[in-house]
Write a protein of this length. Structure first.
Length: 325
């Protein structure tokens, strides 16, 4: 099955839609109690429009994940991050983003990840041009949009600064451009809500209520521990593979890999500050982790990669359908 996605034909990425539907099929069949937490203003708007759960929300979640998978393949291929061009980055983004039943819901983090990908693409594009003012502004702008879905993504500003240091060196003017882009969505939304007498409520719900130190549930059932263990395994594989990611790669790719690791670190720190943490908070690590794990499978021999992928897929489906079975 994995061999289908070992191709450089990006149009074949449409097959990822069927893969996403397969992995998300349990939410259409089984009732899974879930309520969003930590949602920002834009997430609330989406829930008012489509609902927090239900068929429409499930379909939108699946479509968003497919778009993210398709787009991450374009980004990885454009910057030659992997040794070969294939569809593995999108495939493993879907797997990493579906490692727990809570991840299958239309969560604020899942919605925000769409704009995180856009911000990451803009960051990597700054390495191609001397004057990248538009890309640098857009980094902050898309990060600001993402944080209006899920407040933890304000930490993307640190990722942006670190990434620009690696790709372009330190320039105070460019840092101010990122900050301007980040604040632009907040300013525009503030003006709109001020006009509608909702300004104070916006700042209270979007910022002050979203950050609490160590707001982690003390009671966790077996499914939570399995999900945490799965992500811990992914992280361990990525950390132990750091040298292999850099082996025989040019300096540009090495810098991009380092940015992905900085992204893992900085977004991982959000667990200390985000209010109302649930399992889906782990999705803040999904994009860099999905790309890094895909590099491991690209470097493996085809038979071993096929077996490991089938075991991983079977394990995820068994975990999701365990109550029915």
């Amino acid at each position: 099955m994995l061999s289908i996605f070992r191709t450089n034909q990006l149009l074949a990425g449409l097959l990822l839609l069927f893969y996403a539907v397969l992995i998300h099929s349990s939410v259409f069949i089984l009732e899974q109690p879930w309520m969003p937490a930590g949602q920002g203003v834009f997430s609330d708007y989406v829930y008012q429009w489509i609902g927090e759960t239900g068929q429409s929300a499930f379909i939108l979640a699946t479509v968003l994940l497919f778009f993210q998978a398709f787009y991450v393949n374009l980004v990885v291929a454009e910057h030659r991050i992997a040794g070969e061009v294939n569809l593995f980055p999108g495939l493993f983004l879907i797997i990493v983003s579906s490692a727990h039943p809570d991840f299958l819901q239309l969560s604020p983090v899942l919605m925000a990840n769409t704009f995180v990908l856009l911000a990451l693409a803009q960051l990597l594009n700054t390495s191609k041009q001397i004057d990248s003012s538009d890309h640098i502004f857009n980094i902050g702008f898309w990060a600001g949009i993402a944080s209006l879905f899920y407040a933890s993504y304000l930490l993307l500003i640190v990722v942006a600064f670190s990434g620009l240091n690696l790709l372009r060196g330190f320039k105070i003017r460019e840092r101010l451009m990122v900050l301007t882009g980040l604040l632009t969505p907040y300013w525009l939304l503030s003006v709109y809500l001020f006009w509608n007498d909702q300004f104070a409520l916006f700042w209270q719900e979007q910022l002050w209520a979203q950050f609490v130190f160590w707001d982690i549930p003390t009671k966790m059932d077996l499914s939570v521990w399995i999900g945490l263990g799965t992500y811990a395994l992914f992280l361990l594989v990525a950390l132990l593979s750091y040298r292999s990611y850099l082996f025989k790669k040019n300096m540009q790719v090495q810098r991009i890999v380092l940015i992905l690791f900085w992204m893992l670190l900085y977004m991982g720190l959000s667990v200390f500050f985000q209010a109302g943490i649930q399992m889906d908070h782990l999705l803040v690590l999904a994009i860099p982790l999905g790309v890094l794990i895909s590099l491991n499978f690209t470097n493996l021999s085809a038979p071993i990669a096929e077996v490991l992928h089938l075991l991983l897929l079977a394990g995820l489906l068994f975990f999701q359908y365990r109550n029915l079975l």
